[in-house]
Ligand binder design. Sequence first.
Ligand code: GRF
Length: 221
Amino acid sequence: MPHPLRIAVLASGRGSNLAALLAARERGELAAEFVLVASDKSNAGALQLAADAGVRTLVLDPKAYPDRRAFDLDLFGKLAASGAELIVLAGFMRILDGEAIAPWAGRMLNIHPSLLPKYRGLHTHRRALEAGDLEHGASVHFVTAELDGGPVVAQAILPVAPGDDEHRLAQRLLPLEHRLLPAVVALIAAGRLAWRDGGPWFDGAPLPAPLRLGPHGLLNA
Ligand code: GRF
């Protein structure tokens, strides 16, 4: 048996996507070991969720560093020391320094609440509504130095409903995020999704388009 994938999670906030990952492991759907949960916010809910699950936590205060690069180099150095093989950004609300993350190319994922390449950055739900989009969604992508710009590997699509406002749309999307992220990480843990030759591969071939989250929580080509 190959060893469970060693994962570190970075989160700045409530941590519901972290909770979904931990729950997937509990259900036996994710062959992973959570080696560290790290945050830039000492009051992040994610830290309590991690502690409750017996996962080691780390808080680094950006104000204690001279600049972004110094913070990121320390953070990603500590992540390397944790033995993590994959880093998952689950609501980590910081722009990352390209040099600090270079060693993690193909080994770091982010979940973003839009159908990338639409709406990188903040206020994605509001922007989708303002644009009159009929569909909204969430994307999981490999992280590159470009904000929310790395190759997208999977998406969950949600029809915009009459009466959706920013809050309601976000609320309706969240359960899909909670299925999407563990499903992608499980594919990586199973060796079916991998980074090769500078891009994502799925089942032994370059991934031509993002996988889609189906009605039963499975990812389909
Ligand atoms: C999610 O909407 C995620 O897509 C975005 O930040 C939010 C984090 O929520 N990147 P949570 O902390 O996982 O509950």
